[in-house]
Design a protein around this ligand. Sequence first.
Ligand code: NI
Length: 156
Amino acid sequence: MALRNIVKLGDDVLRKTCRTQLTFDERLHQILDDMAETMYHADGVGLAAPQIGILRRYCVIDVGDGLIELINPVIEKRSGEQTGDEGCLSIPGRFDPVTRPMKVTVRAQDRNGKTFTLKAEELKARALCHEIDHLDGVLFIDHVKNRENDLRKGRP
Ligand code: NI
């Protein structure tokens, strides 16, 4: 295992749409191991492949109840709402409130290509939404900006 360099805000790689991961081989496993190590080392609760410069659809999360690897994750259901401060390992030092679903159901593949479904709420739901956003080049600050725009337009 090895620590990977975390890409920071301003690098174009964070703004790209990632491609589907089609191979579930030793190379993928090696990258996933490195991503987990890099996330723990940086004290994060999630890390997405583009954050280490790889434009593929996978991420890792651990909100304190164990490591989850998600390959080609899709949010199938969202319900409720929560607003809380969010940060990102690619945007060090910035924390802003973001509104997310309270509960999500996510379908993904594991490191061997097996499909699974995961239900999550609160912090875990937030982390999943945040990491899956990364796979489409979306950062949490985009949601903050939208909120500021809403307020300017007089929306609640
Ligand atoms: Ni992030």
